[in-house]
Write a protein that binds this ligand. Sequence first.
Ligand SMILES: Cc1ncc(C[n+]2csc(CCOP(=O)(O)OP(=O)(O)O)c2C)c(N)n1
Ligand SMILES: [Mg+2]
Length: 297
Amino acid sequence: MTTVKELPVQDYFTSGHTACPGCGGAMVARIAMKVFGPNTVVYHPASCMLIFSSTYPNNAFKVPFLHVLFENSAVCAAGIKRALNRLGKSDVNVVAFAGDGGTADIGLQALSGAAERNEDIIYIMYDNEAYMNTGIQRSSSTPFGAWTTTTPVGSVHAGKVEFKKDVPRIMMAHDVPYVATASIAYPTDFIKKLEKAKAKKGFRYLQVLAPCPTGWKAESSKMVELARMAVETGIWTLMEYEDGKYTVNRTPKFSPVQDYLKAQGRFKHLTPEDIKKIQDWVKSKWEKDKALEQVYK
Ligand SMILES: Cc1ncc(C[n+]2csc(CCOP(=O)(O)OP(=O)(O)O)c2C)c(N)n1
Ligand SMILES: [Mg+2]
């Protein structure tokens, strides 16, 4: 298993990008590109990552890079892969990096279509849990209770009233060869999953928790710690669905969700009742995860 220290020194997502200090998305790109290497084509829909990696005429990705529309990342990446196959270059990794808005909402139909056809691409959703690039609007991947500009804290509602959409489970329902979640706080687990995704054929989906200092209203220096707390509270499950088998990769410590929530300004308005609701949600999610291990073994 490759550790962080064993990763190549060479970067294919380089310094000079314009991400905020502490940006989880930039960490996702850097680690992933070290694993994928130079024989890779990257596709981006509209997102923070598109903007911070490529401000014309510069680009922090040292591989061919394409940007088309917000809603069709998976389909465009699939088209690129098919074209490369026609040219006899079937060994090129074609990777789409998209945000949660571009994946869980606006790109979901393209994602589903590409997964159903088992297109030979790797799709990475870096999940910062809102539309950050356009000023922090809620997505279906925003968690319950979070403040965003479109889930304001007022007298009727306080933050988002719905729970987070479970995109990994939607992808599992497509029975693709590989679905996994990761967190930037567990790089060895993330690297292992990237290596597996790279080695496999067919549709591969990774969803990585990528905290955002601007949208989560926390210090840049706290981003990795938050990504760790999300896992240790049980809010974020590290899982894998590989060739029909479901595995939870880490049993959390189940530390109180309050520790995670209170460390972020986006949750500072939560009442004890809201926090209990989230704690109960974690419990029922864990029960579902354990049940899935029994169903898909
Ligand atoms: C069809 C379309 N609608 C809206 C936009 C504006 N837009 C650009 S980036 C973005 C937010 C993207 O959010 P997400 O996918 O979560 O990525 P993040 O910025 O959070 O990294 C939006 C709404 C667009 N470019 N195209
Ligand atoms: Mg986002």
